[in-house]
Design a protein around this ligand. Structure first.
Ligand SMILES: [Fe+2]
Ligand SMILES: [Fe+2]
Length: 172
């Protein structure tokens, strides 16, 4: 099974997840893991989708400052992220059905890629949307929060352990 630390360690994750904030990605992975039980979705898929949900971000800077107008007008990060995460997961050896479900959850995690009107999200898609909402801070500060690398790795390994514990307890 592809673990979160496998994903975290990959250079593609290091390059792209850092753009939108590693601390945000980790915290959304935790929220997703916890929400997974309530929505009866696989906690490993939820944690992976939560961790990868913003991997599609581009840097919308103008004169060294983040420009929200550029972001609003041109951003396609859910689309880019779904494709990027899918490619990465498949490369790492993820099950192809899981990779598809995770990619779809990333695609639908924010309204910017959705048509207007009522959309019925699957439970996994709902979990990722809610988990992202839970971590949002005013002024998009959640994208700028930092924790040190050792702490990042410890949190990721702890979440892998929680996922393992969940599946071990199921076997008993
Ligand atoms: Fe996002
Ligand atoms: Fe996010």
């Amino acid at each position: 099974m592809v673990t979160l630390i496998d994903i975290y360690n990959h250079p593609i994750s290091q390059k792209y997840i850092r753009r939108s904030g590693m601390a945000h990605a980790i915290s959304v992975a935790y929220h997703s893991f916890h929400l997974a039980k309530k929505y009866s979705v696989r906690p490993d898929w939820a944690a992976k989708a939560g961790f990868l949900h913003d991997i599609g971000h581009y840097e919308w800077y103008r004169n060294g400052k983040w420009d929200y107008k550029l972001y609003r007008d041109y951003d396609i990060h859910p689309i880019k992220g779904a494709e990027r995460a899918h490619k990465l997961l498949v490369r790492l050896g993820e099950d192809k059905y899981a990779a598809k479900e995770i990619a779809h959850a990333i695609l639908f995690h924010t309204e910017s890629a959705l048509p207007k009107g009522e959309i019925e999200l699957t439970p996994l898609q709902k979990v990722i949307t809610l988990a992202d909402e839970k971590d949002k801070q005013p002024g998009n500060l959640h994208h700028y929060r930092n924790i040190d690398v050792q702490k990042e790795q410890a949190l990721i390994k702890q979440l892998d352990q929680k996922i393992n514990d969940y599946y071990s307890s199921k076997k008993c």
